[in-house]
Design a protein around this ligand. Sequence first.
Ligand code: ADP
Ligand code: MG
Length: 350
Amino acid sequence: MDNTTKQTPLTSLGEFGLIDRLTAKIELHHKSTVKGVGDDAAVLDYEGKQIVVTTDLLTEGIHFNLMYVPLKHLGYKAVVVNLSDVFAMNAQPRQITVSIALSSKFSVEAVDELYAGVHLACEQYGVDLIGGDTTSSMTGLTISVTAIGEAAKKDLIYRKGAQVNDLICVSGDLGGAYMGLQLLERENEVFKVNPQEQPKLDGYDYILERQLKPEARGDVIKALKTLSVKPTAMIDISDGLSSEIIHICKQSNVGCAIYEEKVPLDFQTRKFADELSINPLVAALNGGEDYELLFTVSLADHDKIKNDPDITVIGHITEAANGTNLITGAGAAIPLQAQGWNPLKGEKGK
Ligand code: ADP
Ligand code: MG
């Protein structure tokens, strides 16, 4: 929050004034949006398509820290993480709803910033904002986004379709968002001790962006369509590669072999992991928030995907009895563990 500009208390607008302000600029683009904001409910008409619906709830202090997360980025990310789930079904996102709970520490200008990010994501991904809810909170900010998308029935891809010998593929690179978070946390600790100290973020723009402004891989969905490849199973990587591949394997009743040296890691991810003396592979396996797509394709499709620089084959599906394994450079099989974050188990938030 920029404290030098004038801050208007939320009470000066009231709930309805605030909703009007947040929704004033909305333009609707999809034929499927019959009615957006302004009545008791939005009205959608998908003309025979199958509909996917997904929702995420983010709480201040648990999922984000406003000490170093700009509100505009938060608004953007809150939308993007939901669109990622829609793409992971091989569906196209069309509409979102956004619900917020605000404590009195937030000004009108602060909420404007949050919504600037929400609107930007809507524009970037071509989705209509069709409603939401606005309420007050005792303890900071909560934001919940619901995304709605469409797909022809034959196009939907579930977690359960992986077959023995399928190739396991991942888009982009992994572990960057986690390393970006470690960097932000480190600099925040320094700032708490000495507010005069400038944060040392130079040379790490990529991992910071991976944490603060992730993108949903609709481009990969499009590329697969162009290549005429329909994955047999798919999931987005929100909780780390380990837990996501275990989801696919459990639901498909298969096992897997993931090759350690095939897991794509960016230079900055490696460099900062090196600086912290941690193995960047751990960030890829257990870090999460990369929002890349993890999918399986039949062996016959290998030629179609092998030249796509954005897709890496990291292993293959095996019989369930073999288990879910990471194969090290030396050839040892180590069982993968789902260490994805579970706040209800009281583990450290990320
Ligand atoms: P209701 O009392 O029926 O819940 P509200 O007064 O809360 O209606 O909301 C009025 C309209 O504004 C509805 O169409 C609702 O979907 C929309 N809306 C409310 N809050 C938000 C928000 N934070 N973002 C987008 N739309 C919102
Ligand atoms: Mg309401």
